[in-house]
Design a protein around this ligand. Sequence first.
Ligand code: ZN
Length: 201
Amino acid sequence: MEETYIPNRFGRFLLMALEQALGTPGFQAMLGRGGLRHLAVYPPDNLERGFPVGLIPRLMAALEEMYGVGKGRELAFQAGQTCFHLGVADFGVLADIADLVFPLLPPLTRARIGLETMAEILNRVTDGHVHVQRQDGHLFWVVERCGVCQGRTSSSPCCHLLAGLLYEAVHWATGRDSVTVTEVACAASGGPHCAMEIDLG
Ligand SMILES: [Zn+2]
């Protein structure tokens, strides 16, 4: 598959989030294990597309190898949550008006606006082809070319980094703790694409 790139800033946020979740010694050990020691030096904070998408599944695989699948995926979820907070400033206008407008809207609408805004940002700077669908009061995040699991094979859905990011976005948009994000299809485990079902609880 042809190598694709995401903005350096996204790669930087991902590495910062992983270092926070694992602690510096764990982070360094994980990079060593994955043959990714060069990533200990973060990419610069700019929007140039210089961070290879293919490094993300390698990081996820290294995480699961080092901590075991269960704990590794838990840490990936946590890192996804942190990525949202690092990136929320890039929500721009939405972040500014959310406090004013969101209380007036029903939670499902707030969640949809939050997810659609994030999808728009990701579609502008990545090749994931994300769309947000609404079906029977549930929201679905569908990503045609998932950068989290590309090239991996897994017996169960493995895009917990993405699930954590979406959980935190919807939690932020709705203020609800009862949000759940379930990966209902995963390209790495035989799905046609990756899809997350978001339920507000
Ligand atoms: Zn995926």
